[in-house]
Design a protein. Sequence first.
Length: 736
Amino acid sequence: MNLLDSLNPQQLAAVTLPNQPALILAGAGSGKTRVLTTRIAWLIQSGQVSPQGILAVTFTNKAAKEMLTRISAMLPINVRGMWVGTFHGLCNRLLRAHHRDANLPQTFQILDSADQLSAIKRLLKGNQIDDEKYPPRNLQLFINSAKEAGLRASAVELSSEMRDDYNRKFVELYSMYDTQCQREGVVDFAELLLRCYELLLKNEPLRTHYQERFRHILVDEFQDTNVLQYKWLKLLAGVHNAIFAVGDDDQSIYRFRGANVGNMADFEREFRVRNVVKLEQNYRSHGHILDAANALIRHNAQRLGKNLWTEAGEGEKVRVFEAGSDGLEAAWLVDEVRGLIGEGHLRSEIAVLYRSNAQSRVIEHALFNAGIPYRVYGGLRFFERAEIKHALAYLRLIENPADDTAFLRVVNFPPRGIGARTLEQLQDAARASNQSLYAAVGSLTGKAGSNLGAFVKLIDSLRFETANLPLKEIVAAVIDRSGLIAHFKTEKEGQERVENLQELVNAAVGFAAEEGYAQDAPATQGETEAALPSPLAAFLSHASLEAGENQAAEGADALQLMTVHAAKGLEFHAVFITGLEEGLFPHENSVTEIGGLEEERRLMYVAITRARRRLYLSFAQQRMLHGQTRYGIKSRFIDELPEGVLKWLTPRLREGAGPRLGQWHDAGVRPAVAAAAPQVQTRNGYRIGQTVRHDRFGEGVIIKLEGSGSDARAKINFGSQGIKELLLSIAKLQTA
């Protein structure tokens, strides 16, 4: 069979382009992997290049292996020696071959993220640097960000407002870290690419050698390249080699990792690209789904432009559901999933997507109660997440101080100067006296005994202070007083962990309501109910059971749960996109960030194009999120979809009307957790959920009230204008 027989006209045009710089705009589901692999096979088969003259860059090892597998199926060649791999993998290969030129030992080791953090902590400790003033994770982020921009410590330019002693110290520590790594013969992930780039930049004979060897450079997912990766590619290309760049600017969603979608436009301009091919025929989704995706992404101004189409027909309309609460949303979702399974669809062909990991908890609970096996793709179940296990360990110690497993998990987390040697001494003392670790703390003296004593005092005080509090307030007090919130706020990815901890408070509220505990009843054991577990003990048992039960075995048919970011590159028969409310999706932070809203819209575009046959969109009027009740309005992204492709499963909310709890859901739907009655909160005559008007921002809904008197503030969702925080004394709000 001819290699080119199965290609459509656009794919054929891309595969057979002349040896010139080319940009292939490959829409979702348009067969970009087929184009890349067929291009490589065609170049080799037609004698234009040998297998050793090709450099192909992918973004995952899985993609590289798939590419090699496909090439070997097309051509009778040995693909093992081909240079196909990730940026890091290819740079590692080149540095191994030229370690002396790169000033590295032949046996240099690679530090993963955890190893790098340990090295930074060791650096700070060895130089008596205060790790509270200069947090290791912040320094790690600083170093990696600089390296990904191609900057050594000596080249880091600090903006005028950052030229102070604190930031200068970070630059100094970056230099010290580099010296330490060089002395130990180790490199971190960011160093692989930077060291390789520097090697090629400074060593002209070596650069010339590889430029002459790799006449054809192919790059997958070009929209996800960062500044340094693009510089590296330009070095290898030189002035004669062709870069065949395949990507989709509409699917650039990794700016937080350093991806620069502008590289595509820069490439087109700098290489004077004459060959731009658009792959617009989609082989994945039906027409209504693609029409929704096209209409949505057209609202982005900064894009190269394309329009997906299919020969598969219009298919089913996009279903939209408005729920009274997040509990009702989850219950409806469970009913729909049951219906899909009843129609004969595999659970693994159904995906539930959400913008934030914290949203999964309510959905997981509903699935748990319904007995539907599920798997969290690319992440952990809610009660299996490290930050949740830490919080539960503190709660377990309050309930049972003899719990040695819980003690060991959090005795030095957040760090409080209790090392491995101290714990060994404590364990020896506990064994000798046949006591728990907690009870044996008093037997240690000196600094070790003092640090352990402070931890025990913290647990004792938490137990005393929460003795007569309801379950919700115990959980809230523990995640705050333990230092977990403050600790995770210093981490690069810490905001998500903070949100998960706040969601644990909501889990306690839902559990108390479901089990019939009064929300203001003490969660400690009452004397007259000694036969029954305390609400705290019952909640801890519930958490353990939900974490351990209903776990789908590896390879078993299970519903797929994931964030939208984790869903990129995947496809499913049916997709649920949940939590489509302003401030949640799009995320509230995106409104204030340059280019943030366009990236959120690209994220929604990715979510929509995961669906093959059926797509559901849902949002809730009321949601327990981040430890508080939020009253939301539907996402602007729903308003940006054409009415003709939508099928509303619930009556439309009258424009301008405020949210009314519990309306607009199917009569047959029953919430997995009864929605708690909203707590009426007022400030200066305003209340949460009230619709107001502002002279500049227009009409909005109050979603949060804080402060009092002249300091009273309102956070208001103004729809397309975003979420604003206004001082009530000067905002001049009008009630709608």
